[in-house]
Design a protein. Structure first.
Length: 161
C-alpha cells in the first residue's frame, strides 16, 4: 500500500528527531542545551523541537480537520511565525508533545486509502495528502537539522570555555 510506504517517511524523520532528543537527554545538563540559542533572538533548540510538534498539531487539527489545535498554547508559542520565548520546555515535555501530535496525525492519515492521497482534505487545504506527507517529512528533517547543528555549536562553545 502506497500510503503505508509514504507514512514510513514520517516515521523515519521522527526517529531521527527522537534520537537527537535522546542524545540531549544523556548530556550532563540537557536543559542548558535545549535553551541554547545560536544567536540572540534566534530560536533555541527546544523551540526547534517543539515547533515540529506544533506543526503536526496545527496541520492535522486545524488545516486538515478544520478544528482547533489540541494544545493551542503550544501552537501559539511554537508554530510558524511565533517569537521564541525564554521558557524552555523539558526533554519530557518535548517527547510527550511530539508523541501525542504524531499519534493524532497518523490516526487521521491511516483512515485514508491510496486513492485519497491525491485529494485535498477540504476546499481550503493548500495540498493533497500526498503533498502534505512530503511537506511534513521535509519540515521535520529541516528543523531536526537546525536543532542538531545548534547542539553541535553549543558543544563547540563549551569546549572553548
Amino acid at each position: 500500500m502506497l500510503l503505508n510506504e509514504m507514512l514510513g517517511f514520517l516515521d523515519f524523520s521522527r526517529q531521527k528527531t527522537l534520537g537527537l532528543l535522546d542524545t540531549i537527554a544523556k548530556e550532563a545538563n540537557p536543559q542548558a542545551i535545549l535553551g541554547w540559542r545560536p544567536a540572540p533572538g534566534r530560536a533555541h533548540i527546544g523551540w526547534q523541537l517543539m515547533h515540529i510538534g506544533a506543526t503536526d498539531d496545527r496541520h492535522v487539527q486545524v488545516r486538515m480537520l478544520g478544528g482547533q489545535p489540541q494544545e493551542a498554547e503550544y501552537v501559539r508559542r511554537f508554530a510558524g511565525g511565533s517569537t521564541p520565548d525564554d521558557s524552555t520546555p523539558s526533554v519530557e515535555e518535548i517527547r510527550r508533545y511530539l508523541g501525542t501530535q504524531r499519534q493524532a496525525l497518523l490516526a487521521h492519515l491511516k483512515k485514508l486509502d491510496d486513492a485519497a492521497l491525491d485529494k485535498k482534505p477540504n476546499d481550503q487545504a493548500p495540498w493533497t495528502y500526498r503533498e502534505w506527507i512530503k511537506v511534513l517529512a521535509w519540515h521535520e528533517a529541516h528543523h531536526q537539522g537546525q536543532a542538531h547543528m545548534a547542539m553541535n555549536l553549543f558543544k563547540a562553545t563549551q569546549a572553548k570555555a
